[in-house]
Design a protein around this ligand. Structure first.
Ligand SMILES: [Zn+2]
Length: 113
């Protein structure tokens, strides 16, 4: 009985450690992507007006993305969505929308689905 309990605790402990490792990797990956987005936004000129996008453009996109998600949830409350974010920046000067392409490390014009 003691061995069974120790085995169960060992198994749970192992799973907890694996879970913590995966959560840490996910958090680090998220922070790296956020850092990349911010660095590229600080030097990317808007294709429409030439203004550097900057951090404000990322904040505008966050707000707009949340608004779009909320609208989808309201319109289709019985549907579970699996959505990949495609809007990452909105020019604070002219409103042009951009998607960040990680593999090319650049912003491209956003096309609504
Ligand atoms: Zn612009």
């Amino acid at each position: 009985m003691k061995n069974a309990i120790m085995g169960l605790l060992g198994c749970c402990g192992f799973l907890a450690i694996v879970l913590i490792i995966f959560m840490t990797i996910g958090l680090v990956a998220f922070r790296i992507q956020l850092f990349q987005l911010r660095s590229f936004a600080k030097r990317f000129p808007c294709a429409n007006c030439g203004t550097i996008l900057g951090i404000k453009s990322l904040e505008l996109a966050d707000t707009e993305w949340e608004r779009q998600l909320e609208e989808m949830r309201r319109e289709h409350s019985d549907v579970k969505f699996k959505i990949v974010r495609t809007l990452h920046a909105i020019c604070a000067n002219c409103g042009t929308k951009y998607r960040f392409v990680k593999k090319d490390r650049t912003f491209v014009l956003y096309e609504a689905d």
